[in-house]
Design a binder for this molecule. Structure first.
Ligand code: ATP
Ligand code: MN
Ligand code: MN
Length: 301
């Protein structure tokens, strides 16, 4: 009898589209967008999001039943994502190692969305160099009562202080309440050096203007002030990535913004996942050219 060669399992098709199930499931109940809308949003903005999101360890905010139900923050694989959600082992404090997640393309983003992901958060380091941070983020967290004007002034004051030290910075609307001031840096300094620099910078500001700024997390001390959250710069911390959707009312997104435009903004969530087209157009504009990129290193201080 003829020997029939055993058939190899078909290799996963690299460019096979990601199937999104339950496209009609409403994920944002107060504004009506569905899981399909969210997937379409990410497919549209992938070209402008991936330069910031690809090949970094990520954490996901997953809300499989929609943002109004239970959501959870996920750092590690639960085994079910797919071939475009990759693993990178990262040393833990206890000496062991854990696999973190990263994506490098649209399929990776969409496999996360298929699993109920709304938000993408990223490390300030690349997945192939996790011990070498390449950006610093000052996350401005205003106390409840503060208006957005105070946040805007705080952000531009921080920009000016950084400029005095020779550092170019960029503003991002978080899609929530605050602004992130992002400082791209060439690698070459350790996490501890980044964290110390960020802490000293925040402490100096709160010492100089104690009525406006605090550098400690305590909510009690934050009354009427802006917390300069420098803790985003510790090893293992993440910050929401540019163009990530937020699991908040109205399906807002985190958006890079030019310093000039920031002046005209009334809040930190002017764009939603309905605005992919506008976001793509903006990203190609002169004002946003080069956003988030600069050749500069952490100064000695
Ligand atoms: P906002 O402008 O409303 O403050 P934000 O994204 O800056 O929006 P923060 O509460 O300041 O929100 O959170 C800062 C970062 O902390 C988040 O972007 C995220 O990366 C991280 N974070 C949030 N929730 C968790 C969590 N449960 N576990 C670990 N890290 C978290
Ligand atoms: Mn914040
Ligand atoms: Mn914060």
């Amino acid at each position: 009898a003829d020997v029939v060669p055993e058939k190899a399992a078909p290799a996963p098709e690299e460019d096979e589209p990601v199937a999104i199930s339950s496209r009609e499931r409403v994920i944002f109940p107060d504004s009506g967008q569905t899981k399909g809308d969210l997937a379409d949003y990410y497919a549209a903005v992938a070209p402008i999001m991936l330069p910031f999101a690809a090949r970094r360890p990520i954490s996901l905010v997953r809300c499989p039943q929609g943002r109004a139900k239970k959501c959870f923050f996920q750092k590690h694989d639960s085994g079910s994502f797919g071939d475009a959600v990759h693993h990178v082992p990262i040393r833990e404090k206890d000496g062991g190692s854990e696999d973190y997640l990263y994506v490098e393309d649209l399929r990776g983003l969409l496999q996360c969305v298929q699993m109920g992901t709304i938000e993408f958060h990223g490390w300030a380091a690349r997945s192939d160099a996790v011990e070498m941070p390449d950006r610093m983020i000052f996350d401005l967290d205003p106390d409840e009562g503060l208006g957005f004007d105070d946040v805007k002034t705080a952000a531009t004051d921080i920009r000016d202080r950084l400029a005095d030290m020779g550092l170019v910075s960029f503003a991002m609307l978080s899609g929530g309440k605050g602004v992130h001031v992002v400082v791209p840096l060439s690698t070459g300094h350790s996490w501890d050096e980044h964290k110390d620099f960020a802490r000293h910078f925040a402490e100096a500001l709160s010492l100089a203007e104690p009525d406006r700024f605090v550098a400690t997390m305590s909510k009690a001390k934050r009354k009427g002030k802006i917390f300069i959250d420098w803790l985003r710069n510790q090893r293992g911390s993440t910050a929401v990535l540019p163009y990530s959707a937020r699991a908040r009312s109205g399906a807002p997104v985190a958006v890079p913004i030019a310093w000039n435009e920031l002046k005209t903004m009334d809040n930190a969530h002017p764009f939603s996942i309905d605005d992919a087209k506008r976001l793509l157009d903006r990203a190609g504009s002169k004002a946003l050219a080069g956003w988030g990129f600069a050749e500069q290193s952490l100064p000695e201080y």
